[in-house]
Ligand binder design. Structure first.
Ligand code: ZN
Length: 198
């Protein structure tokens, strides 16, 4: 790509580092950005740096938020004794979209994967166990139905069982290996309602 200016090359190179963006898409995006009005480009760049520097983990559930405590945890109308464990903030958003879940969440930020070298200490599991020292009625494990998600679910249920807190797993209506965020709301609700105690 010697025939582009250094600035264009740099932009293409940065864009192509993003997930799902190949060399061709990176070029297309780079030229799109160059043709955008200056002001719009500044807004885009500002949104990126703003999100990166202001977004942090919620102190309670560890979802991504720009406050100390996320709006869900801060809501007194939610059932704080029911905790749904999800792999990431996108999964949380998928359940929130159903508008039917009234409990709170715990975001693990990953799943246990011996193959990728991701162990229990690499996800927010200690933090979950810490939360369970408070008054909790039920933990609903809603990790994905992938191998990693199932491994994580089993691991968590074994940890929680001795505490006497009810542990359940969402029903397997969720396609195997399916990312929760791509599953429609009806299927998610059915999975939640059909959860089984472990
Ligand atoms: Zn929260």
């Amino acid at each position: 790509m010697e025939y582009y200016s250094t600035h264009i090359n740099k932009l293409i190179e940065q864009l192509s580092r993003l997930p799902g963006i190949g060399a061709k898409s990176a070029q297309r995006l780079a030229f799109h950005i160059i043709n955008m009005p200056q002001e719009q480009v500044e807004q885009l760049a500002g949104a990126m740096t703003g999100a990166r520097s202001n977004v942090r983990y919620c102190k309670e559930c560890f979802t991504l938020t720009d406050q100390d405590v996320c709006p869900i945890c801060a809501n007194p109308k939610r059932n704080h004794k029911q905790i749904m464990v999800v792999e990431n903030t996108r999964d949380l958003a998928a359940y929130e979209k159903t508008g039917k879940y009234e409990g709170v969440y715990h975001v693990l930020h990953g799943a246990i994967s011996p193959m990728l070298g991701i162990g229990p200490n690499d996800i927010k599991l200690k933090e979950l166990m810490h939360r369970l020292q408070e008054d909790v009625d039920e933990v609903i494990i809603a990790t994905n139905s992938s191998l990693e998600g199932e491994t994580t679910a089993m691991y968590i249920s074994k940890l929680i069982k001795p505490t006497g807190i009810k542990v359940s797993r969402i029903a397997s209506g969720v396609p195997v290996g399916g990312d929760l965020e791509y599953i429609d709301e009806v299927t998610l609700l059915r999975a939640l309602e059909g959860r089984v105690e472990l």
